[in-house]
Design a protein around this ligand. Structure first.
Ligand code: GLU
Length: 315
């Protein structure tokens, strides 16, 4: 059996992903995101042995957008408990686009899950009611392993000025009693968390903790409770890739969460954490280059959660 080197595989994955960039476009509904170069593409890996590998534009900083919703869910679950959190949001994939208002109006006043915008706004409301944004940022920095992680002010302002749909959702939920807190304070919190910027190395650090069942690889310290990890990764599987989560589960098979800024955090269980950035996104909101990098890595390294194949790649 030919033994391959992971650095080579990662470069091949990047070049494979690059071929798909022209099938996507940068998000334009947030004006600041429309300014990003759609050809950027980068990936970082942190293995369970603590090794790090990078390719492409991995040092480029981007806003994590919806990926922040996984960390606000961790924060909320660990401060308020799952019973309370899931009295405000559901656990089901919605099958609707991330910014849909439909089900809030006609079917169920509660958002379907914590990863669609309405659900994430409801969770942000829970946190904003009792904690400062700084408290949330401390958790983000700890999980991503870098103290200098900050909010991109221009993206924050751009989102706050143009987020009429998100505002509508928040007011609908305030009207129905799902949101108890001040709408504008909640939205400020929500837009700030979406506007946190980092690179793929930061994201891969976080991903490696997820892949390692909540324990930081280099220190052996548990940073996320086991029960939180179980809930979080289940939701990442069922709802993490927007209304493309079903196909992603088949083609890639890793708990993952994407954001419209082009980031994807993916957890290859007990093997490695993967952070991706590729701002050209498809109509569902997933990075097209990033999606294909993950598919390539999943096949080459046997990372699909139902794969039992042994990989011939050393890492
Ligand atoms: N800040 C974005 C919004 O609220 C997040 C969307 C996303 O990444 O899915 O529209």
């Amino acid at each position: 059996m030919e033994i391959k080197n992971i650095a080579e595989v990662l470069n091949d994955a990047l070049e494979y992903g690059r071929k798909y960039i022209n099938k996507g476009n940068v998000a334009t509904y947030i004006p600041e995101l429309a300014k990003v170069d759609k050809n950027l593409l980068g990936v970082s890996i942190v293995t369970m042995g603590g090794k790090r590998y990078h390719a492409g534009d991995w040092q480029h900083e981007f806003t994590i957008q919806s990926i922040s919703k996984t960390i606000s869910l961790i924060f909320a679950l660990e401060h308020f408990g799952s019973e309370y959190v899931f009295s405000k949001v559901g656990m089901e994939s919605s099958g609707d686009p991330f910014n849909s208002l439909d089900k809030l109006e006609i079917k169920n006043k509660y958002p379907s899950n914590p990863f669609i915008n309405a659900g994430a706004i409801a969770v942000a409301g829970l946190i904003a009611d009792k904690y400062e944004f700084e408290d949330y940022l401390v958790l983000v920095r700890r999980l991503c392993g870098r103290d200098l992680i900050e909010v991109d002010k221009n993206v924050y302002i751009s989102e706050n000025e143009t987020g009429l749909l998100n505002r509508s959702m928040a007011y609908l939920m305030k009207n129905s009693g799902v949101l108890d807190t001040d709408v504008e304070e909640t939205l400020k919190f929500y837009f700030r968390m979406c506007s946190i910027k980092m690179n793929t190395n930061d994201l891969a650090n976080y991903a490696s903790i997820l892949a390692n069942d909540g324990v930081e690889v280099k220190s052996g310290i548990r940073l996320i409770d086991k029960s939180t990890i179980k809930i979080l990764k289940s939701l990442m599987v069922t709802c993490g890739m927007y209304d493309g989560s079903g196909e992603f589960a088949i083609r890639v098979g890793m708990p993952a969460k994407s954001g419209v800024g082009g980031g994807i955090v993916a957890s290859a269980e007990n093997k490695m954490g993967i952070g991706i950035f590729g701002p050209a996104i498809d109509t569902q909101g997933n990075s097209v280059g990033g999606y294909h990098i993950l598919e390539y890595l999943s096949n080459e390294l046997g990372l699909h959660y139902f794969s039992r194949e042994l990989s011939n790649v050393v890492y």
